[in-house]
Design a protein around this ligand. Structure first.
Ligand SMILES: *Cc1c(COP(=O)(O)O)cnc(C)c1O
Length: 370
């Protein structure tokens, strides 16, 4: 049934334990996990503060869908300025939202410092940890309160599943006056759920009982089964993904046709320092490049690659490549796009677990102008 299912429950337990959280909820997709999280925290008249460098769908949700229901997304001007988040917080703010590895610029933010400042105002920090997975980063260790996943990516790992997960750290004080709807939920259920359990997992309980049940974005048990299998090899895959990405990033950084490589572990990256601190195992396997030859050169590479597949998905065991300006970020204005690090000459690579030398040879021939 939609409320719960043994296979989904096993998956929820597993992700909560990998993440170090008190509870989790499996949902139909990453998009469902994120949108239902916002709906659980905010009501008409409320605000959500977010970084600009988000997955395209999340930007659209905050900038044009939720506003139609009275919930306003307010975007931080400079996500590296840790006090910029606080400046946007008002008594209507119900969450601060960011991605642990931004898409597609792979920017890294100082989660711990931001969490500290956001908590001073009694606002929870919500982190989309899709690109990192708990293998590379556990946001709760740095003060996040809620973690969202598109399990469609690395957790599933094989491009065969659409799924989302929401994980709650537990212990956030929802009785600070900002969340009357959650307080009401507590009063409604305090006689039917043990006090400790209800308090510790209040966010997830309400998400499940109110939103999963009545908006219906539940995960099918078969998808949960595939995800449980995917997670069994997560550590092996992430290790290989990251090793390959490191090699490809340094290869591309030295290629004459490449204007710029965004991979936060490169010494020239503005995120190098934060990466050393937050991603000792490496900052994942997605990187973007800008081509000196502009949009045409970028599109030509897409046609020539043989091992890399031209696909908008990421986090697959297979290597994927995309031109974000004409696909994932197409619906955004050029200004929003560029704020997210997407230019006409940008290609985004999701490096798979194939042999690194084969991948480099493929890029070599695709970048060859002869
Ligand atoms: C893909 C993605 C989403 C959306 O997830 P779906 O499972 O495709 O709905 C959200 N956030 C990030 C970072 C993603 O890459």
């Amino acid at each position: 049934m939609r409320f719960s299912n043994p296979t989904n429950a096993a998956l929820e337990k597993r992700i909560a334990s990998l993440e170090g959280g008190a509870a989790a909820l499996a949902m139909a997709s990453g998009t469902a996990a994120i949108s239902n999280t916002f709906l659980n925290l905010a009501r008409s008249g409320d605000e959500i503060v977010a970084v600009k460098t988000l997955y395209g769908g999340s930007t659209t949700l905050l900038s044009s869908i939720l506003p139609q229901y009275g919930i306003t997304g307010k975007f931080v001007e400079d996500e590296n300025d840790v006090s910029a988040y606080e400046r946007l917080i008002t008594d209507k703010t119900k969450a601060v939202y960011l991605e642990s590895l931004g898409n597609p610029g792979m920017n890294v933010v100082d989660i711990e410092e931001i969490a500290k400042r956001v908590h001073r105002h009694g606002v929870p920090l919500v982190v989309d940890n899709t690109f990192a997975t708990p293998y590379l980063l556990r946001p709760f260790d740095y003060g996040a309160d809620i973690v969202c996943y598109s399990a469609t990516k690395y957790l599933g790992g094989h491009g065969t599943v659409i799924g989302g997960l929401v994980v709650e750290k537990g212990g956030f004080d929802y009785f600070n006056g900002r969340f009357p709807q959650i307080e009401q939920f507590y009063r409604d259920y305090q006689d039917s759920i043990p006090e400790d359990e209800l308090r510790q997992t209040l966010f997830t309980k309400r998400l499940r009982i109110v939103y999963l049940t009545d908006l219906g974005a539940h995960m099918s048990p078969m998808q949960a089964f595939f995800l449980l299998q995917g997670i069994e090899t997560l550590s092996l895959r992430m290790e290989r993904h990251t090793q390959n990405a490191r090699q490809i990033a340094s290869y591309l950084a030295g290629h004459p046709a490449i204007k710029e490589v965004s991979y936060p572990e490169l010494p020239q990256s503005p995120y190098y320092g934060l990466t050393q601190r937050y991603f000792p195992r490496g900052p994942g396997a997605i990187l973007s490049v800008r081509l000196k030859g502009g949009r045409d050169a970028a599109l030509a590479v897409l046609k020539k690659v043989r091992i890399f597949d031209y696909m908008v998905n990421v986090g697959d065991a297979k290597s994927l490549i995309v031109h974000p300006a004409s696909s994932t970020h197409f619906s955004q204005s050029p200004v929003m796009r560029e704020a997210a690090g997407v230019y006409d000459d940008t290609l985004r690579l999701s490096v798979g677990i194939e042999d690194a030398a084969d991948l480099i040879a493929d890029l070599e021939q695709a970048l060859d102008e002869g």
